[in-house]
Design a protein around this ligand. Structure first.
Ligand SMILES: *[C@@H]1O[C@H](CO)[C@@H](O)[C@H](O)[C@H]1NC(C)=O
Ligand SMILES: *[C@@H]1O[C@H](CO)[C@@H](O)[C@H](O)[C@H]1NC(C)=O
Ligand SMILES: *[C@@H]1O[C@H](CO)[C@@H](O)[C@H](O)[C@H]1NC(C)=O
Ligand SMILES: *[C@@H]1O[C@H](CO)[C@@H](O)[C@H](O)[C@H]1NC(C)=O
Ligand SMILES: *[C@@H]1O[C@H](CO)[C@@H](O)[C@H](O)[C@H]1NC(C)=O
Length: 617
């Protein structure tokens, strides 16, 4: 930006003193480095901060009361200030201006207002420039977001004002300049939110079903947050509200492209949820007409019914990106085509979808059958959405997950029949399960990692809040319930003794069988570390890993509650003469393959990328 001469500046004289916090400035005041505006309730603060290279500074907004500074907005992310005397001014013609090193303009708004403005930092974190006369907003920081999505902010498009409000990641954790990732509304076809790396889609949310995104059913309005997606002719936006306004929480796109929600709890920013859990959330992992689920026994991808891998060799090498091809060409208008229902999935990419309103499910089917090019349809509320061309990025959820959409996939008669007979045959799959041992090995890896970090924290009462904040992610069991379930940790219920303590079998009141790991009391682990580990492990979901159902903390006791594996540990077969004979070579091969698949998940397909260094059977 060029050099401005600013006669208005000559009038500026009053400086805001740090000792007198205020939330507003007018054209007769300035804000210099070291000074700040603080919102009325003291939630947010606006000022200059230093990042990355100590010599560059930025105008930003952060939580005022929180010791671990989280910058929620940066004005001049594209033009860092290297001079010492950065100053913010309001011009009498309704603009904000930052100068540094003399009268060089570093950053400014570009409104065409002619009114005398006033600039105010609100408790929502929004910095608003209003026309001092009528109080109409002429500019606001919420319409120019950085990497942080705050409650009440609207992420999306305002077609009247030609605004596109999307998140842009930072370049690195301490460099606010724009990074490679953007997250916002894509309007083409049927709108959804997409995360892009440059121009490539990295992740998409799927269609809005009315209550949640079809690709992230776990992110649904609950006791803590209310989510809304508004689609109108002149605006499309996503927003959320925090029910308890004093809970500090935000959604952010970090420099490596992870979208997550953090909540301030017990003196830390804690991860409440993350949108990308595993490889199935990476766009196009399974290619066109593929469907993704980390629970499949054959790998993370399958072809939709009536389709087969385009290049079989790539699939056996676990490169699924080439996708699938149709087995039998559609008959088109000649008749004979039908539909197979794929229930509860993340909707395919809606970029090229066509929307027909108010035709009903039958009408939608007829509409699709009537077009030779239509390959699938979905009903969402009153809308019939139909696809031509390819179906991309479909994800199936773990059993028991509610949500997603029902996709009706068009197939030729031949494939319909075989699809029906295949499903009626009900293949009997023998599940190969890595015994409890592996889950504990994973646990110990985190143990080493977190102990290395040596971040000792006060424990005790803080925990109650903590568990409440995360209750949706992992149930916390009552000690008395576990005592009843395990018959007071009786010897009859003892399944074995592992490196970290004994394991007991138990029956919950509802009849569910569980395995309870009672961790040694002298593990030396703090409560925070324990909770962090439990939360991490609970995010691992794979059919070959034992599911962690929850935990229990009671005084000194730390318990982990797993699903019960009736066949016990593999070593009880291997080191037993009779047991050994039951293991045919085929079975042994299947077990080895199962373990390897579990490892592939940990090493590659899980978002956490766990290396475990002590593999036992
Ligand atoms: C800022 O510093 C430069 C020299 O580095 C000086 O010329 C200028 O007057 C200063 N501006 C303000 C507003 O103090
Ligand atoms: C400021 O806005 C005007 C139109 O309102 C536009 O023509 C101009 O390019 C903008 N300037 C900058 C620096 O964005
Ligand atoms: C993002 O895009 C850049 C440039 O195209 C590429 O080098 C990088 O690997 C991409 N990142 C991911 C995670 O795909
Ligand atoms: C809201 O959150 C604050 C801070 O976490 C907590 O102290 C307060 O009890 C909560 N209020 C309600 C009504 O849950
Ligand atoms: C949408 O159509 C464009 C243009 O034909 C094509 O390049 C793109 O791959 C299509 N996207 C999807 C998801 O089908």
């Amino acid at each position: 930006m060029g050099i401005f001469f600013l006669p208005v500046l000559l009038l500026s004289s009053t400086l805001i003193l740090p000792s007198a916090p205020t939330d507003t400035i007018t054209p007769s005041q300035t804000l210099a480095a070291g000074q700040s505006l603080i919102s009325a309730q003291g939630t947010f603060e606006l000022g200059f901060f230093n990042a990355a290279a100590p010599s560059s500074s930025y105008l930003g907004i952060w939580y005022h009361k929180i010791p671990i500074r989280k910058i929620v907005w940066v004005a001049n992310c594209k033009s860092p200030i290297t001079a010492q005397n950065a100053t913010l001014f309001l011009t009498t013609n309704g603009n904000i201006l930052i100068t540094a090193g003399g009268i060089r303009t570093v950053w400014s708004t570009n409104t065409s207002s002619t009114k005398i403005p006033s600039l105010k930092l609100l408790d929502s974190g929004n910095l608003v420039l209003t026309d001092g006369g009528s109080n109409a907003i002429i500019w606001e920081s919420f319409s120019d977001p950085s990497d942080t999505f705050l409650p009440e902010m609207e992420l999306g498009l305002d077609l009247r004002r030609h605004l596109e409000r999307k998140l842009t990641s930072w370049k690195s954790p301490d460099d606010p300049s724009p990074g490679g990732y953007t997250y916002g509304v894509r309007r083409t076809g049927s709108p959804e939110l997409v995360l892009k790396n440059g121009s490539n889609i990295e992740f998409r949310t799927g269609l809005w079903t009315g209550v949640s995104w079809s690709g992230i059913p776990q992110m649904i309005s609950d006791a803590h947050f209310i989510y809304t997606f508004v689609v109108q002719p002149d605006q499309i936006f996503y927003k959320y509200e925090s029910i308890n306004k004093s809970v500090m929480s935000f959604i952010t796109v970090d420099p490596s492209g992870h979208i997550q929600r953090l909540v301030w709890l017990d003196g830390q920013w804690r991860q409440y949820c993350t949108l990308q859990l595993n490889n199935c959330d990476r766009y196009g992992t399974c290619g066109e007409f593929g469907i993704c689920n980390v629970y499949y026994s054959e790998g993370v991808c399958k072809c939709l019914q009536g389709f087969e891998p385009r290049t079989m060799v790539d699939w056996t090498l676990m490169d699924y990106s080439g996708g699938c091809k149709r087995r039998t060409a559609l008959a088109c208008s000649g008749g004979g085509d039908g539909f197979v229902k794929v229930s509860g999935v993340k909707s395919p990419d809606t970029e090229n979808v066509t929307v027909a309103a108010g035709v009903g499910l039958e009408g939608c089917r007829a509409l699709c059958l009537g077009k030779c090019s239509c390959v699938a349809y979905v009903m969402v509320g009153e809308n019939c959405l139909w696809w031509t061309g390819k179906l991309m990025d479909i994800k199936e959820f773990a059993q028991g997950t509610q949500g997603g959409v029902d996709l009706y996939l068009r197939l030729a008669a031949a494939d319909l029949d075989s699809a029906e007979s295949a499903s009626s045959m009900r293949k009997h799959i023998v599940a190969v399960v890595i015994p409890l041992g592996l889950a504990f090995i994973i646990f110990s890896c985190f143990g080493i990692y977190t102990l290395r970090k040596k971040r000792k924290q006060g424990v005790g009462h803080g925990y109650v809040k903590d568990s409440r904040g995360n209750e949706m992610e992992l149930p916390v069991f009552d000690m008395s319930a576990i005592e009843i379930a395990t018959n007071n940790f009786s010897d009859e219920n003892k399944l074995g003794q592992g490196g970290f303590g004994p394991v007991y079998k138990g029956h919950l009141e509802d009849g569910q069988e569980i395995a309870v790991k009672r961790l040694s009391r002298n593990s030396g682990q703090g409560l925070d570390e324990f909770m962090n580990e439990v939360r991490l492990i609970s995010k691992l979901q794979h059919r070959n890993l034992v599911r962690l159902l929850g935990c229990c903390i009671h005084g000194e006791e730390r318990l982990l509650i797993y699903e019960y594996m009736p066949n016990k540990s593999l070593d009880s077969f291997i080191f037993d003469k009779a047991g050994r004979c039951q293991l045919s070579w085929q079975k042994r091969f299947d077990i080895i393959l199962g373990i390897a698949r579990g490892l592939v998940y940990l090493h590659q397909d899980s978002r956490l990328k766990i290396i475990h260094r002590d593999l036992k059977g």
